[in-house]
Design a protein around this ligand. Structure first.
Ligand code: CAA
Length: 392
């Protein structure tokens, strides 16, 4: 599907504009043509993921010294939006490598951990994953059952984690597990896991509604040994690390929602001008025109919240202040906006919106996950209201 010529965004630096253009060119030339095929097969698109790494898209905010592109959060969200406009599955992999895996290690890791784990993932040669959720612990992330027990110079890890994005292909996992079950969320500790070591295995791949080319599965730990040197942060710091990293991740998911919505919107604008009913283009009917107006307005409102959250994260590098509120507002609004826009896009396209002949139905299916992963809309509302009222 042809996409509109890219409009410049006021205030962007040359570098931000450059990565936005590079991501767009790559996405439209290399990803858009294969997106439907990979969605249908559910195969992981390793070749294009590796190529994205070569372009610097897997470690945009990673300093050059650690093998990344050395850019800022705005550059990251602009590039991610362009990738997701072509295919949200590729965007999911990009978002986990960048904001859940590399960001977590750069923020909390030792120099040795940064040297060992960041470069490969930032270059796309390796795939990273982030594992917090368990079968009985999703939104209530502090209640996990998996365990790590210290034995000399290593921890022995046992348990089952679920819904781990990229797990079927991951080389490394940023894992959160319990070292002190009596301490609640203060008993959670983070580890860097090498998936080629004994005691690690992958469960069945999840058959998903959307983002079908991004692989998701359970992972199982059966007496897996993690060296103390592979602990990220101190014992008991895991929950805070998980939440801090999710703040960054949620800005990425908001950008993913924006990219999906823009693709659905552009397809709709084109369609309402071409498709005729009762002797005129359907866009001339007010019912359709008003849908277009609402879609566009919500897209631009989401963009504002996302760029605002990106700026808050950029400021946090200097100030150390949290940007939890900005990230949650951006994710909440953008994901619900993407559902609204893709739902309207299917409706505008009528039967063709329901057909796999066009990508509109895929946009609709892909949008749904943005309201669920990295914290549901309900969790974002809880985070925002707690921060604003001080009540819980
Ligand atoms: N940054 C830093 N610290 C934070 C924080 C943040 N954003 N949010 C909470 N904390 C700290 C608190 O300050 C508190 O610290 P103290 O103990 O020192 O006071 C501690 O963490 C506990 O906070 P809460 O009491 O608020 O914790 P809670 O149990 O009430 O839970 C929650 C809070 C917001 C509901 C949280 O559990 C949450 O975000 N749940 C959703 C989890 C989620 O997003 N899961 C998705 C996982 S990833 C995924 O989707 C799959 C994938 O592969 C991508």
């Amino acid at each position: 599907m042809a996409t509109k010529e890219m409009q410049p965004i006021a205030g962007l630096t040359e570098e931000q504009e450059m990565i936005r253009q590079a991501a767009r060119d790559f996405a439209q030339k290399e990803i858009a043509p294969i997106a439907a095929e990979f969605d249908e097969s559910g195969e992981f698109p390793l070749d294009t993921v590796r190529k994205m790494g070569k372009l610097g898209l897997m470690g945009i905010e990673v300093p050059e010294a650690y093998g990344g592109a050395g850019m800022d959060t705005l550059a990251y969200v602009l590039a991610l939006e362009e990738i997701c406009k072509a295919d949200a599955s590729h965007g999911t992999v990009m978002s986990v490598n960048n904001s859940l895996f590399c960001h977590g290690i750069l923020k909390f890791g030792t120099e040795e951990q940064k040297q060992k784990y960041v470069g490969g993932v930032a270059s796309g040669d390796k795939i990273g994953a982030y594992s917090l959720t368990e079968p009985m612990s999703g939104s209530d992330a502090g209640t996990m059952r998996s365990r790590a027990v210290l034995e000399g110079d290593h921890y022995v890890i046992n348990g089952r984690k679920s819904w781990v994005t990229s797990a079927p292909v991951a080389d490394y996992v940023l894992l959160f597990t319990m070292t002190d079950p009596d301490a609640g969320h203060k008993g959670i500790t983070a580890f860097l896991v090498d998936t080629d070591q004994p005691g690690f295995s992958r469960g069945k791949k999840e058959p998903k509604l959307g983002i079908r080319a991004s692989a998701t599965s359970e992972i199982v730990f059966d007496n897996y040994k993690a060296l103390v040197a592979n602990r990220l942060g101190e014992e008991g710091e895991g929950f805070k690390i998980a939440m801090t990293v999710l703040d960054a991740g949620r800005i990425g998911i908001a950008s993913q929602a924006l990219g999906i919505a823009e693709a659905a919107y552009e397809a709709s604008v084109q369609y309402v001008k071409e498709r005729e009913a009762f002797g005129k283009p359907i866009g001339e009917f007010q019912g359709t025109g008003f849908k277009i107006a609402d879609m566009k307005t919500r897209i631009e409102a989401a963009r504002g919240l996302i760029y605002n959250a990106a700026q808050a994260k950029i400021r946090s590098v200097e100030t150390g202040e949290r940007y939890t509120l900005e990230a949650s507002m951006a994710k909440l609004f953008a994901s619900e906006m993407a559902m609204f826009v893709t739902h309207a896009a299917v409706q505008i396209h009528g039967g063709m919106g329901y057909s796999k002949e066009l990508p509109v139905e895929r946009y609709f299916r892909d949008a749904k996950i943005t309201e669920i992963y990295e914290g549901t809309s309900e969790i974002q509302r809880l985070v925002i209201s707690r921060l604003e009222t001080g009540l819980r």
